[in-house]
Structure formats: structure tokens, C-alpha cells
Design a protein around this ligand. Structure first.
Ligand code: DAH
Length: 345
């Protein structure tokens, strides 16, 4: 061994330690150089074989190398622990942890039923139109042949708005979707067929079957030779698609100011199939809507020729249809926003 070997060992240590980046690799290196049978031990074992005068100098060089190796290893040790520390304290991702599921949004049951019903009429050729919730007294009542003394005009039955004197017409929150019939006919010439979904308002005390706000779908078809049988046919297709092909339908004579003749339409009870139960109050039938042939006075009010045209109209409550279809017994459930209820649809 000579001092040249010392330089070679030093150089090879420096390149080797450069490549190490783990504690185990560093320990391997330490054993290779400083272990009991390591390179340094081998150098030391050479000393007694050297000429006496060379021994002190060589011994010093071996010692210096030993110190050098120790300090390089210590330095590397600090470097490794500092980089490992960083990866521990930085953001850690546990890829085995279950993710946070995102709740998917979905449509309110009233919106679902409204879309289903409008979709059925749309497939029969009806256009879907909407009107404003703030209406004129004329469109809500007068244009629909509802006389001045009719109880529905009473302030107990309709929300009137404080109307500025300059506006001339009294405004209100529409109490049904029928005023949109007037709007459609004023702006469109026959033939026409529309369905009109929307909110309506009535100052009713809230209970299991009443709400101050609810939804209706109105229907109107006007053309030459429209007959009551057209109305029956269209409504039967609608009712069977919503409630099932096996239901029966019947029309009972009724009165509405804006239709003549007028009827209320029933379906056979979907619970007892017509035998009589608590849902249908033992009648076997469930009322689902009002309908009739458009009154000539309504046509005159919008400027339609009553000799040329006839038409049918109908109106239904969306909550009622939804309650019957889904077996819901309290209308308030639709508006309380209780997700335990809403998530069932
Ligand atoms: N507007 C009526 C109501 O709110 C429902 C109705 C009945 C609408 C007969 C119609 C109809 O178009 O022909 O009670």
C-alpha cells in the first residue's frame, strides 16, 4: 500500500457517496470503508510492514482519510433525513382511502311530473307555452267569461296586488293557468294546440290538501270542427299514459264559466281499481281535471270567429296528479324541502 492508494480510495469514495440516496445504501458504504474488514482497516494493517520512518506520515494520512470518510457520511446522512422529512410533512395522499361521493342533483317530483305530462301532450302535437304569474284582472277573469259577481274574484280567493293608479288595470297573482289561454289566442290564429304549465296562487289556509301556491297544466286546442270526442280521446291517451293502460275514464257534467259544455274527468281508482277504498272515499273514482268546449264568449273576447272555430280546454292540478300517482297524502311535503322525502323520487 502506498499514499497513492489513499488518494484512489478517497476519489472512489467521493463518486460512490454521490450516488447514494438511502440510509441502507449509506450503511453499505460505511461498512465497505470503515468496517472491520473494510478498506481503512486494510490500510491500517499495512502500517507495521512499512519502514519505520514512513510509518508516522502514513498513519497520519490514514487518519485524515478516516475523518474525511466520517464527515462525508455524516453530511450525506443529514441530507437524506432532510429530504425524507420533507416528503412526510408535505401533502400526503392516501390513494387507498374511499373518495367523498358527490350527491347528484335531480329534478323535484313536481318538475318531473310536469315534464312527463307536457311530454305526453307534446307527442300528441301540442306546443308547450308559458305565461306570467302576475296577471291582469281581465285575463284572469273577464276574458274567461267569469262574471263580476263570481266568488273567485273575491279578495278572499285571489291575491290582488297594490296596483299603481297609472297602470289602469288591476293586477293579481293568477289563480289558475287559464288566463294564458287568452294570451295565446290574442297572439295566435287557429289552428292551435298548446299546453301551459305554471304556478298559481290562492289565499287558502294551508293543510294536507291546500297550499297558497301550487301548479297547474292548462290545455287548449282550437280549429274548425273540434268536437267533445276529440277532448275525450286526447285526455284518455294522457290519463292512460300517466296512470296505466288498464284505468277507466269517465266524464261528469260540471260547470265552468269559460267552457260549455263543461265536465270533470275521473279515472278509476288506481288503488282499489274501482271497488271503493279510503283513497277514493269509497267512490271507486278519482277526479283528475276540469275540461270542456271553449265558451263562445271567450272566443269573442279574443276576436275569434265563433261560427268558424270550436275548441276544447282543460286544466289540472300537478300536485294532485303527483299525489295520486306516487301515493302521497300531504301536499305540504312538496314544499318543505325535506330531502328525506324528495330523494324518493
Ligand atoms: N281553471 C280551472 C280551475 O282552476 C280548471 C279548468 C277547468 C281549466 C276547465 C280549463 C277548463 O281550461 O276547461 O279550477
Amino acid at each position: 500500500m502506498s499514499s497513492l492508494d489513499i488518494e484512489t480510495i478517497k476519489a472512489s469514495l467521493e463518486t460512490e457517496i454521490e450516488k447514494v440516496n438511502s440510509f441502507s445504501g449509506l450503511e453499505e458504504l460505511r461498512l465497505k470503508y470503515l468496517g472491520r474488514k473494510g478498506l481503512l482497516a486494510q490500510l491500517t494493517s499495512v502500517i507495521p510492514t512499512l519502514p519505520v520512518e514512513e510509518r508516522p506520515d502514513f498513519g497520519q494520512q490514514v487518519n485524515a482519510l478516516k475523518n474525511k470518510i466520517n464527515s462525508l457520511i455524516e453530511e450525506k446522512q443529514r441530507l437524506i433525513s432532510s429530504t425524507q422529512g420533507k416528503s412526510i410533512s408535505g401533502p400526503r395522499v392516501d390513494i387507498g382511502m374511499p373518495g367523498i361521493a358527490q350527491d347528484l342533483g335531480y329534478l323535484h317530483p313536481i318538475t318531473q311530473i310536469t315534464e312527463e305530462i307536457c311530454g305526453i301532450f307534446s307527442s300528441l302535437g301540442f306546443a308547450i307555452v308559458e305565461g306570467p304569474e302576475i296577471e291582469t284582472e281581465y285575463n284572469n277573469f273577464t276574458g274567461l267569461n267569469i262574471p263580476l259577481e263570481h266568488p273567485s274574484r273575491d279578495a278572499f280567493d285571489t291575491f290582488y296586488l297594490k296596483t299603481p293608479k297609472t297602470s289602469g288595470e288591476r293586477l293579481l297573482l293568477r289563480s289558475h293557468t287559464s288566463p294564458v289561454q287568452v294570451r295565446v289566442m290574442k297572439s295566435t290564429k287557429p289552428p292551435l294546440a298548446v299546453v301551459i304549465p305554471g304556478r298559481v296562487y290562492r289565499p287558502d289556509a294551508v293543510d294536507a290538501s291546500h297550499s297558497f301556491m301550487f301548479h297547474q297544466i292548462e290545455g287548449l286546442a282550437v280549429d274548425k270542427n273540434i268536437r267533445f270526442s276529440d277532448l275525450k280521446g286526447v285526455l284518455e291517451v294522457f290519463a292512460k299514459r300517466v296512470f296505466g293502460q288498464d284505468i277507466k275514464m269517465r266524464f261528469r257534467p260540471h260547470f265552468f264559466p269559460f267552457t260549455e259544455p263543461s265536465a270533470e274527468a275521473d279515472i278509476s281508482c288506481i288503488i282499489c281499481k274501482g271497488k271503493g277504498c279510503s283513497v277514493c272515499s269509497r267512490k271507486g273514482w278519482l277526479e283528475i281535471l276540469g275540461a270542456g268546449m271553449v265558451h263562445p264568449n271567450v272566443f269573442s273576447a279574443v276576436g275569434y270567429d265563433t261560427k268558424k272555430y270550436t275548441g276544447f280546454a282543460f286544466g289540472m292540478g300537478v300536485e294532485r296528479i303527483a299525489m295520486l300517482k306516487f301515493g302521497i297524502d300531504d301536499i305540504r311535503l312538496f314544499f318543505e324541502n325535506d330531502l328525506r322525502f324528495l330523494k324518493q323520487f
